[in-house]
Design a binder for this molecule. Structure first.
Ligand code: BES
Ligand code: ZN
Ligand code: ZN
Length: 509
């Protein structure tokens, strides 16, 4: 995809389609709209009235141009109230317009940048420009890998972000182009993560996931290694090995790393749950519950996506990406409810429900992460259905053991537009994890299930390390097309992780 800036007259932009955003509470809709409308002798306004278009968020009117404006089509898109316009609104706008562009077979499109409070602070403008690039690329995303019929071919290969010079006064052209490029890197990383999650589990098993990680490492100049069963055994990672015992596929511990040119005191370790399929093991899921379980490597996909972007954006801190990859299946060799396993850390765990496997794999992966002398560990996992019960499908739960990290993370997710809600690590629920026969058991009771999952993981994080556990079971999937998200895998987490890593200073105080 070619993404560039356009600063001339919007009437003269020669693309297949122009997307123009309008506000619901502005009499003239927007400056760009009135400018186009005048060029069309009022026909654009008429088309909007005919369709009772009010500019509500996501509402659109598609207008075919017959002269007066160079572009072949105009998509008028509702951006809602002016006051509430954010980079996330810009991302939704760009995503919806890109989806329409895709549908009508457009090859090129222009997107009008709306700056609400012109002249806006430079950072705000750059955030909006970046959001447009992200939305434009992601809105056109479709997973077509296994379609032999009815493929939605994409022809869209050029996006021009149109802006009015006065709106972006004081913002340098190079900075604007940098924001576009950054948006493109992030969107491509998100699309890669979506491809991994959408891939069927017969194809994307742990070895294949490792192979794709190796390819990312090779392309973006990261270090790569993977531990197989023998290495895991040597390292004492019996929780990870245990989960994989019922599967015909070997587990892998995948390790990617990035180091900045200048030495940094800070080392961030990203840890992803990589269950390429979760049947539940002997504590078998229902047919219904199993249908979605190829998404159980969504945390791993987010980590890999983030590492791909980090390889390109080259932040100033050390970053490791660790993926615990395995498949959870029932079998004569599978672990049983009642089995006791010894973790890499040395703690023994009584496995009472083999479907609470994510925390087992992550526990050992966290101990592995711990050996890298991290200042921060962030784990991402489709860990519990309980988190979806608590927060709905669209929002991830964030369990954070340190206030400074909580602040940095919140700033990162606000900027990325991804929806998180901080959850409490309630100490009083810890007793649910006490086993009669081992150090820990792997489940609590029904209530507070997302929290006991997080408390289990906390047992494997050493004191003094800042740690966040992000339960992304809900937002890993979207149930419908909307804005920059298409039905299916979302690539959730990639953008927040990258944003966080870029915010962290290279020194630690
Ligand atoms: N992978 C599931 C959680 C999940 C559920 C992810 C729905 C995405 C959508 C996880 O391994 C699991 O099965 N968790 C159990 C834990 C329970 C047995 C303590 C759950 O949530 O029911
Ligand atoms: Zn499970
Ligand atoms: Zn799982």
């Amino acid at each position: 995809m070619k993404v560039s800036l356009y600063t001339d007259d919007l009437r003269a932009v020669a693309t297949d389609l122009i997307g123009v955003g309008v506000f619901s509470d502005e009499p003239d809709r927007s400056l760009a709209f009135s400018h186009l409308n005048r060029g069309l002798d009022g026909a654009l306004e008429q088309a909007c009235r005919d369709e009772d278009f009010r500019g509500k968020p996501g509402q659109t009117v598609v207008f075919n141009v017959k002269g007066g404006v160079q572009s072949k089509r105009i998509v008028v898109h509702g951006n809602g109230e002016r006051e509430r316009y954010t980079p996330e609104s810009a991302r939704q706008f760009a995503g919806n317009v890109a989806r329409i562009a895709q549908r009508v077979g457009a090859r090129s499109m222009a997107l009008q940048l709306s700056v609400v409070d012109a002249p806006a602070p430079a950072q705000k403008v750059l955030d909006l420009v970046r959001a447009l690039a992200e939305g434009a690329i992601l809105g056109g995303y479709a997973y077509q890998e296994y379609r032999t019929k009815d493929r939605r071919e994409s022809h869209l290969d050029e996006v021009r972000v149109a802006l009015v010079a006065e709106d972006v006064q004081g913002v340098k052209g190079a900075a604007l182009r940098g924001a576009l490029a950054r948006g493109q890197v992030l969107a491509e990383a998100v699309a890669m993560a979506r491809n991994l999650v959408n891939a069927p589990p017969n194809v994307l098993h742990p070895l294949e996931l490792a192979d794709r990680a190796r390819r990312v490492a090779k392309t973006y100049d990261l270090d790569y290694k993977a531990l197989g069963p023998k290495d895991l055994e040597k390292a004492g990672m019996n929780l990870h090995l245990g989960v994989a015992k019922g599967s015909a596929h070997e587990p892998r511990l995948i390790h990617l790393s990035y180091a900045p040119a200048q030495r940094s005191e800070r080392t961030v370790v990203l840890v992803g749950k990589g269950l390429t399929f979760d049947a539940g093991g002997l504590s078998l899921k229902t047919a219904e519950g199993m249908m979605e379980m190829k998404v159980d490597m969504g945390g791993a996909a987010a980590v890999l996506g983030a590492m791909q972007a980090i390889g390109q954006l080259k932040p100033s801190v050390n970053v490791h990406g660790i993926i615990g990859a395995a498949e959870n299946m029932p079998d004569g060799n599978a672990i049983r409810p009642g089995d006791i396993l010894r973790s890499k850390k040395g703690l023994t765990v009584e496995v009472l429900n083999t479907d609470a496997e994510g925390r087992l794999v992550l526990a050992d992966a966290l101990s592995y992460a711990q050996d890298l002398r991290p200042t921060e560990i962030i784990d991402l996992a489709t860990l519990t259905g309980a988190c979806m019960v608590a927060l709905g499908r669209g929002t991830a739960g964030a369990f954070i053991n340190d206030e400074e990290l909580a602040k940095d993370l919140a700033a990162a997710w606000e900027s990325s537009g991804e929806s998180f809600w901080r959850m409490p690590l309630l100490g009083e629920l810890r007793e649910q994890l006490v086993s009669d026969v081992a150090d820990l058991k792997n489940i609590g009771d029904r209530y507070g299930g997302a929290i006991t999952g997080a408390l289990f993981l906390r047992e494997f994080v050493e004191p003094g390390v800042r740690w966040a556990h992000l339960d992304i079971a809900g937002p890993v999937l979207a149930t419908k097309d909307s804005g920059h998200q298409s039905k299916g895998a979302t690539g959730f987490g990639v953008r927040t992780l990258v944003e966080l890593v870029e915010r962290l200073r290279s020194t630690v105080d």
